[in-house]
Design a protein around this ligand. Structure first.
Ligand SMILES: NC(=O)C1=CN([C@@H]2O[C@H](COP(=O)(O)OP(=O)(O)OC[C@H]3O[C@@H](n4cnc5c(N)ncnc54)[C@H](O)[C@@H]3O)[C@@H](O)[C@H]2O)C=CC1
Ligand SMILES: O=C(O)C(=O)Cc1ccc(O)cc1
Length: 364
């Protein structure tokens, strides 16, 4: 079985890693720039890589379009004009679904099927360097088949996606966009606005940056997300977001009024209501062997590497409580999971390993 990934960044690269090395599967990556080809090959994310779209998708059974939302339709159109394998399933990973579904519906796919998709997991990082086979574990993976999609075609994609260890859910495209608008896109706008507000204040007094801690970091992590990826997402979900921003204005105006009125009870009620709802949010359960404070790092498959890492950390008083190789094959980077008893230890280890030029990530 051949899988083609068009755009091998955080999401495309993570999908490729989920499929690569599985029995009977080969993964081919397409990129539009030569250095991206070298990067994905040297990282062992794909089996083959090419600058030719036609070559990438030739004889492919599944194609994942994993480029920023603003470029997805361009590739869908190109694909619909290429001689794809009959029965091939094309999917995308875009964070919005309504316009993509509408675009797909008016293309002539000629014996090929398109099913929109959106893995509901990611991070503020971008590029293939941030890709990891663990990204989607226990997350939801939305699929938006059309009414014409045959059930066996949907099932075939859902079965392939079992390699991601995500839970596949079927959602109608415009309902998807309403929901992710509120739970993902609006929070990104708010985080960016908040950081930019503090950035302005900091120009007058650098103590703002120095003292910014806990809560500020928690609520603003996603403000570090990729500007191009998020430009495209927000423009694509513009109508939904304009309505949500109106409601947001009302929320903020409500808070302004409560404060003007010194209405302590209303403040308590706002926090209590929010806390109660938030405590009902589903925990994103981690894998069985994942411990609370885990780091993941790419390791070259060379003799003695594990010992060197353990010694390096140990000599700095950083205690490892567990270590596990998650994927290791000759000549390709493996993934090492390092577990720590507390966050402080984990952060120290991360800083130390990064200073040694390792690519280290925390999967939240
Ligand atoms: N960042 C996240 O957490 C999530 C992102 N998504 C969606 O996944 C898609 C990809 O996003 P990320 O992987 O985060 O971004 P990324 O920036 O890590 O990856 C995008 C990839 O597309 C390539 N690319 C850009 N323009 C291209 C073009 N014209 N032709 C060919 N390749 C091109 C880039 O070189 C890169 O490899 C987006 O549609 C995004 O909405 C979905 C779920 C989560
Ligand atoms: O990093 C985070 O918390 C995210 O919100 C990741 C994310 C970004 C975009 C998506 O479409 C889905 C998930």
């Amino acid at each position: 079985m051949k899988i083609a990934v068009i755009g091998v960044g955080l999401i495309g690269g993570s999908l490729a890693l989920c499929f690569k090395g599985k029995p009977g599967i080969t993964v081919t990556g397409f990129a539009h720039q030569p250095q991206l080809i070298e990067d994905m090959l040297s990282r062992g994310v794909v089996d083959a890589a090419t600058l030719s779209l036609e070559e990438a998708v030739l004889d492919a059974d599944f194609i994942f379009v994993s480029v920023p939302v603003g470029k997805i339709e361009h590739y869908m159109e190109e694909l619909s004009c290429l001689p794809l394998k009959p029965g091939c399933i094309v999917s995308d990973v875009g964070s919005t679904k309504a316009s993509i579904a509408a675009f797909a519906a008016q293309l002539d796919w000629k014996g090929v099927y398109f099913i929109g998709g959106h893995p509901m997991a990611g991070s503020e990082r971008a590029g293939v360097a941030a890709a990891t086979a663990l990204l989607f574990e226990n997350a939801y993976y939305v699929l938006t088949p059309s009414e014409e999609t045959p059930e066996e075609v949907y099932n075939s994609l859902a079965t392939l996606l079992e390699h991601t260890r995500a839970q596949v859910v079927r959602v109608e495209p415009s309902a998807h966009d309403d929901i992710v608008g509120a739970i993902s896109h609006l929070p990104h706008i708010i985080a960016v606005a908040l950081v930019n507000q503090v950035r302005g204040l900091n120009e007058q007094n650098p103590l703002y940056q120095l003292l910014a801690a806990g809560g500020f970091r928690d609520i603003t992590r996603i403000a570090s997300s990729d500007p191009v990826v998020w430009r495209d997402i927000l423009l694509s979900n513009r109508d939904v977001l304009l309505n949500l921003l109106k409601e947001w204005d009302e929320q903020i105006t409500g808070f302004t009024r409560i404060l003007e009125d010194r209405d302590g009870l209303a403040i308590e009620q706002a926090f209590a209501g929010a806390g109660a709802f938030r405590s009902e949010l589903p925990e994103r359960r981690k894998g069985m062997i994942t411990q609370l404070y885990d780091l993941y790092m790419d390791v070259p498959d060379t003799p003695g590497i594990i010992g060197r890492i353990a010694t390096e950390l140990g000599s700095r008083g950083i205690n490892l409580s567990n270590m596990q190789i998650i994927e290791s094959r000759e000549d390709v980077p493996g993934i090492l999971r390092l577990s720590f008893r507390n966050e402080d230890m984990m952060e120290k280890a991360k800083a130390q390993l990064e200073s040694m030029n390792y690519n280290v990530s925390v999967v939240k």
